[in-house]
Design a protein around this ligand. Structure first.
Ligand SMILES: CC(C)(COP(=O)(O)OP(=O)(O)OC[C@H]1O[C@@H](n2cnc3c(N)ncnc32)[C@H](O)[C@@H]1OP(=O)(O)O)[C@@H](O)C(=O)NCCC(=O)NCCS
Length: 154
């Protein structure tokens, strides 16, 4: 689906349901339980993020959590039907911009080692590889490593 009317807005508590729906749509039943956590984090005072809409339809979001001058990317996802049109990169840029405004100087994230798309996006957006967590992701019979990435904000 080609998007025509994309806009981005800082996430508020009022976006919690839309964010959770995107999360469930992207990850399906495998990570259904985590959607409750995502919903709660959307309303947590340490969290902030950005939501993207195609007209009125929510298509992607980034959610970060801050502790002092560091923020972790909790999740970045874009609905499959609208990928490869720059929405993920734009959400990441806006999330980092928002983090900077919140006084964050360092952003960390974990990405599944097999997730080449996301890894490429992060590496071309200022993130460097700083570590690896073996067997970090465990879903059903699937176990995979996490790569830890870091980005310094100026
Ligand atoms: C990762 C994700 C957010 C990217 O969203 P997107 O809107 O498709 O990303 P963009 O169109 O902005 O692409 C940005 C860059 O990512 C990389 N990329 C994205 N999809 C890719 C693919 N299928 N293959 C290779 N590189 C890809 C490219 O470097 C791309 O830049 P380019 O188009 O200039 O080559 C999306 O694929 C997604 O939601 N995946 C499932 C959830 C997920 O894995 N999230 C990351 C958790 S750590």
């Amino acid at each position: 689906m080609t998007v025509h009317n994309i806009h981005y807005t800082p996430a508020t508590r009022g976006h919690a349901e839309a964010i959770t729906l995107i999360f469930c749509d992207v990850y399906g039943a495998d990570r259904q339980q985590e959607s409750t956590v995502i919903m709660k984090l959307c309303c947590h005072s340490t969290c902030f993020g950005v939501v993207s809409f195609d007209a009125d339809y929510p298509v992607g979001f980034i959610l970060l959590q801050q502790a002092a001058n560091t923020a972790d990317v909790i999740e970045l996802c874009v609905r499959e039907s609208v990928r490869r049109q720059g929405i993920g990169r734009h959400l990441l840029e806006q999330g980092l911009h928002l983090a900077s405004k919140h006084g964050v100087s360092r952003v960390l994230l974990e990405v599944e080692a097999t997730n080449k798309s996301a890894y490429k996006l992060y590496r071309t957006s200022g993130f460097e590889l700083v570590g690896k967590r073996p067997n970090y992701y465990r879903q059903r019979a699937k176990i995979s490593d996490a790569l830890v990435l870091k980005c310094h904000l100026s």
